[in-house]
Design a protein around this ligand. Structure first.
Ligand code: ATP
Length: 295
């Protein structure tokens, strides 16, 4: 049995996000193209003498008990496999919190992978994904990573050709929007537009970055932008500096811009910071599973 393991939990953006209906149980049916980005939280997992699960994190406002998704992920496997030993989890967060980048889900995914390895449970990726969905719809994707079509409530996944190389600027305005609020206020029956997810997939197949960018849309902007107009301003600043496209990720409020040149992304980031529109600003790249850095 290994004593300690360090993992990277990567964030994601949505290149396209469509909502196609609402199920009787209240969940929304979605169709999204997900893309992992190179911004990650560091997750260190180790066994310890004291029983139970101890969590430490660099963000003092995050819960360190059962309300933290990493606690629930560890508990799930420890209960199922009757693991009595104590576990310590150290979480160094860089992915903005409550931001539409699936930070918590990705941390939980890393803990499922890590506990499986540390205790030699022998679960396959698919078996971990099956367990992960009971904690959150995005968790199976966070285990899979890369470029993928997510359908159903986000848990039905199809791997796609990788997003072409580009520079991605992330900017999170200093506001909190709950995912529940955004979906709760979405007018599913009267959405003014729907992204053409099928054509976007064709463009990925052809590695046509311009074609992908020209079709990027997120229907959740119809709810989040009216309550957080800074999102629109950030999108405009990115476009003015030369972004091919700028879009909100997930339920927001993080905005991402796709650039062909690093210098243009830097210029946009500087303007957004100087104007006080966002403090959390990162320049990243698409992260592919078969590329650099394995978990
Ligand atoms: P999504 O894109 O899946 O909607 P998000 O970016 O909106 O995710 P997260 O940052 O994953 O949101 O989680 C936000 C909420 O979850 C906060 O209320 C936070 O206290 C709680 N939380 C629990 N565990 C974590 C974690 N490991 N990291 C971040 N937030 C967590």
């Amino acid at each position: 049995m290994r004593e300690e393991i360090s993992l990277r939990a990567y964030g994601k953006i949505n290149l396209g996000l469509d909502v196609t209906g609402k199920r009787p149980d209240g969940y929304h049916e979605v169709r999204m193209i997900m893309q992992t980005v190179s911004l990650y939280d560091s997750v260190r997992i180790g066994t310890r003498r004291a029983p139970g699960i101890g969590i430490r994190t660099n963000l003092p406002f995050l819960p360190t008990g059962p309300d933290n998704l990493v606690y629930r992920a560890a508990r799930l496997l420890m209960d199922e496999f009757q693991i009595e030993e104590g576990l310590s989890i150290h979480l160094y967060k860089k992915i903005p919190v409550s931001a539409g980048m699936a930070g918590g889900s990705s941390d939980a995914a890393a803990v499922l992978v890590g506990v499986n390895r540390i205790f030699g449970l022998g679960l396959s990726k698919r078996e971990l994904m099956k367990r992960g969905v009971s904690l959150g719809a995005d968790i199976p994707y966070c285990i899979m990573r890369g470029t993928a079509l997510a359908e159903g409530i986000g848990e039905r996944l199809t791997s796609l050709p990788p997003m072409p190389e580009c520079v991605i600027l992330l900017a999170k305005p200093p506001v909190s929007i709950s995912t529940k609020f955004v979906y709760g206020n979405l007018k599913v029956e009267s959405l003014p537009f729907h992204p053409d997810i099928d054509r976007m997939m064709d463009c990925l197949e052809k590695q046509d970055l311009d074609g992908i960018c020209s079709r990027m849309e997120n229907v959740l902007e119809t709810v989040t932008i009216p309550v957080c107009p800074q999102i629109q301003t950030i999108k405009e600043r990115m476009r003015e500096a030369g972004a091919e496209v700028a879009l909100m990720s997930g339920s927001g409020p993080t905005v991402f811009g796709i650039f062909k040149e690093r210098s243009a992304a830097d210029e946009a980031g500087d303007r957004i910071r100087t104007e006080g529109l966002a403090r959390q600003i990162y320049t990243v790249r698409p992260f592919q599973v078969d590329g650099r850095g394995r978990r």
